[in-house]
Design a protein around this ligand. Sequence first.
Ligand SMILES: C[S@@+](CC[C@H](N)C(=O)[O-])C[C@H]1O[C@@H](n2cnc3c(N)ncnc32)[C@H](O)[C@@H]1O
Length: 208
Amino acid sequence: MAPAAAKSIIDAAMSARAGNLARIVLPFLPKDGNVLDVGSGTGHNAAALRQSRPDLGFRECDIVDMHVVGGGADLIVDGRLPYDNSTFAAVTLFFMLQYPEDPLPLLREARRVMADGGHVIAAQTVCRGRVGRCALKLHEQVWGPVAYSVARTFRAVPDVSMACLTPRRWFSESEIKALFEAGGLEVRDTVRMTSSAAMYVDTVYLLQ
Ligand SMILES: C[S@@+](CC[C@H](N)C(=O)[O-])C[C@H]1O[C@@H](n2cnc3c(N)ncnc32)[C@H](O)[C@@H]1O
């Protein structure tokens, strides 16, 4: 396959994934104000949300800038989000809480920059039982690096250190809820993106 064709297919797959997530998250977005996407990756998720809600202001931040769409990421240094308190009507954390050395300070930062009455919207894959945890671990440790290497080979993503894409933990539903609670956030709504009977399930949480 020609590299340009492969790159187009990868771009289309990343946009389709972001569109799917955006459809679920849209009802949780605020009426007005600014939205921050933390751990924004390639920028596709914020781009898909921006397309549906051009009236909202979107900012993105990450520990590296690997954006291929949108205006790029503000850099997070020493775990501090580079914004004033109470800046954002919503803060999104999509499939990224498994990466920081300790996700709790990051959650507290998300809460700090969230305005009064605002929300955090988190998407996370949660596993069921020991077999589910092993299956999720295998999926993230194998599929993640393979998908990134293929995308990088075809220049569909920039070259970044694998250190920021190395998962460190695999959450069950009760573990992720305990983390949210420790961060001072309460679950207000839950949407399963994939079959809840599966060993691991992509789940969106509305938190306040
Ligand atoms: C699997 S990618 C997910 C990207 C995007 N949220 C998505 O759903 O496509 C994980 C992201 O988390 C970011 N990340 C890793 N450690 C982080 C940290 N300590 N603080 C913020 N972002 C981090 C990575 O740089 C990467 O962009």
